[in-house]
Structure formats: C-alpha cells, structure tokens
Design a protein around this ligand. Structure first.
Ligand code: 13P
Length: 352
C-alpha cells in the first residue's frame, strides 16, 4: 500500500474513533498495573483472572453504543474469551476498533527521577505483527512530573521526539497513533503550574510531530486535563479546568488534528465526566473532545466484579453506566445529579 492510501485510511480510522457519542476504553494495563488494580479488590492477577476481567468489559451488552475503540495490552490482543473467540474478534463483531499499547514502559532519565518512554527498538516489526493481529490504532504514553524544577527541557524534548518517531512508524504501517503526553497530577503544584507545563509539553510535541513529518490528520492526541496537583490545597473546579485546558489547546493543538481523547489520570470517575462535559458545553472548537479513560471507566466495574463470576452482570452495568455518562459528556448534556440516580434512571440494560 502506498503512503497516500495509508493516509486516507488513517483519517477514516481516526474519525471512526471520534464517532459522535463515543469514546475509547483504555484497557491496556501492563501486568504490573493490572496487578495493582486487582490488589485493590483482593484478587490475584494471573492469565485466567485477566481474561475473565477483560471478557467482562468487552462483552458488556451495548458497550458499542458508547465505545468506539478499546486499547489492549500485548497479552490481551493474543487472548481469547471463554467462548474460544479471540478478544479482537469479539470487539470487531461489536464494531469496536481494537488498538494496542506499543510503548514498553519507561526508563530513568537524569538524576531527578524523570522518565523517558522506551520501546522504539524493533517497533517497526512489532507494529507489523499487531496489524496482522487486527489492530487499527496504537498508543504510546510519555509522562512528565511537576515539581522541583521539573520537567527539564531535555526530558520534554526527549519524550516528544520519541512520541513523534513512534507516530511516524505507526502511520507508515497503517496504524493510527494515539499520541499521549501525560503531565501527571501527582504533587502539590497549582493548576497554573499544570497549565504552564502542559503548554510547554504540547508545544514541543507538535514541533516534533511536524519535524518528523507525521500526518496530523491521522493521529489522535491523548492529553491530560489542566487540573490542580492532587496534593494542592486549592482545587480547580470543573469550569476552571475546562477554561484552562481549552486555553492551552487553542494555543498549541493544530486544527487539523481530528480529535482529542482525554486520559483520566487519577481523577475520580465523576470528576473526569464532569470536566469533559464542561469543555463540551463550551460550544464550537476546532476538534471533537472525547474520552480514552482507563480508571474513570473501569473503577466502579472492577469494584463491583471483584473477580466473582456471579458479579459479572452488575459489573457490566457499572461499566456501561460510566460509558453512558461519558457519552453524554461528549455532547455537554451530562448533569452531576445523574451520579445519584440508580442505573434505571438512565435506562441501562442489564444482561438478564
Ligand atoms: P487513565 O484514564 O486511568 O489515566 O488511563 C488512561 C491511559 O490509557 C493511561 O495511559
């Protein structure tokens, strides 16, 4: 396939991921991360429990009404559900596009605890393998901590350069790269600090994407929202988060980017929904804004499931409820009162 046909296919996939009312489920936790999540419900992480958990999420009835794509981990894209059907097939049958995390975590950078994301070695070959397994898009996450003079320019540049290289490699193989620079919430920094760092990071990321000739119409941006540090005594409210986040994006994100899908980054599920809703209430923007949440979509479902087969139906209802509320937030029609109503108020279906 030549580069031009790749490019038009990429923008078709990017648009499908941004379908109105839908967002992305980030279910690509590494083994270490899923172990941490499972520990919170006293569950051992092993291949069988990971399959059971992902099967609960991917087979939730009607998830495809709210979910356009699911990001998988390397193990998951090769696994099958209890029916014997592969997870990729199950998602495809629902019209949910399968995606894949291709970064390989982080490596230390410098003496201040900063990190660079790794995974470029052999990426071209790995990406070809994922295309053969059915992946349509990919994800690479870089992290930036705030505090004590961090992040350094060297770390911002290093991670931005690797993000751009990853994006280029994916596009050449026909995968839409989700470019994820995450300015972390951890710490006591103010919302203003987060705004300044997010602007620095996004400016550098788009400079590198341009320099490495990445087609911006065939990527999605997955950024943090501009929030106060989790230990900051003064917490910005949804209106302030929306205003500061949009202020930064309007300065840094070119209009040809086909969509922005937020990470939740440690916000509670309700906060992540309310903040997205607030931004989408703001009217006309150059790009659609949606979600690509991990914890904010999964946390209530994991709590409800806790590894027990008899809880699958209620766990799926909890997942579908978050997905539906975030779908409303895409249109700016979510109301915080909806958090207090049982699922029936939103007419959520359960399996039985
Ligand atoms: P969270 O929404 O839990 O931050 O996860 C999203 C993600 O994919 C992080 O890379």
């Amino acid at each position: 396939m030549n580069t031009n046909s790749h490019i038009s296919e990429l923008s078709i996939v990017a648009k499908a991921l941004m379908a109105p009312g839908k967002g992305i489920l980030a279910a690509d936790e590494s083994d270490a991360t899923i172990q941490k999540r499972f520990e919170s419900v006293n569950l051992e992480s092993n291949p069988a429990s990971r399959i059971a958990y992902r099967e609960m999420l991917f087979t939730a009835p009607g998830a495809e009404n709210y979910i356009s794509g699911a990001i998988l981990f390397d193990e998951t894209i090769r696994q099958s559900a209890s029916s014997g059907e592969s997870f990729v097939k199950i998602l495809e049958q629902k019209g949910i596009l399968p995606g894949i995390k291709v970064d390989m975590g982080t490596e230390p950078f410098g003496a201040s605890g900063e990190k660079l994301t790794r995974g470029l070695d052999g990426l071209e070959e790995r990406v070809k393998g994922y295309v053969a397994l059915g992946a349509k898009f990919a994800k690479w996450r870089a992290v930036f901590g705030i505090g004590g003079g961090l992040p350094t320019d060297e770390c911002v540049k290093g991670n931005a350069s690797r993000l751009a290289r990853y994006a280029k490699i994916c596009q050449m193989a026909g995968l839409v790269p989700i470019v994820e620079p995450e300015v972390l919430m951890d710490g006591s920094h103010t919302q203003q600090n987060c705004e300044a760092v997010t602007e620095r990071v996004l400016t550098e990321v788009f400079a590198q994407l341009k320099q490495q000739e990445v087609d911006l119409t065939g990527i999605l941006l997955k950024p943090n929202m501009v929030v106060s540090g989790s230990e900051c005594p003064e917490q910005a409210n949804s209106g302030e988060v929306a205003e500061a986040t949009l202020r930064v994006f309007l300065k840094t994100v070119p209009p040809e980017v086909p969509g922005i899908v937020f990470l939740s980054g440690g916000q509670s599920p309700a906060e992540a929904t309310a903040n997205l809703n607030e931004m989408n209430k703001n009217g006309h923007l150059p790009w659609p804004l949606s979600f690509s949440y991990g914890r904010a979509l999964q946390a209530p479902a994991l709590q409800a499931w806790a590894g027990k087969p008899e809880n699958v139906t209620s766990a799926q209802a909890a997942f579908l409820r978050r997905a539906e509320l975030n779908s409303l937030a895409r249109a700016g029609t979510y109301l915080p009162e909806m958090e207090n109503s049982e699922s029936g108020a939103l007419n959520l279906t359960s399996q039985d």
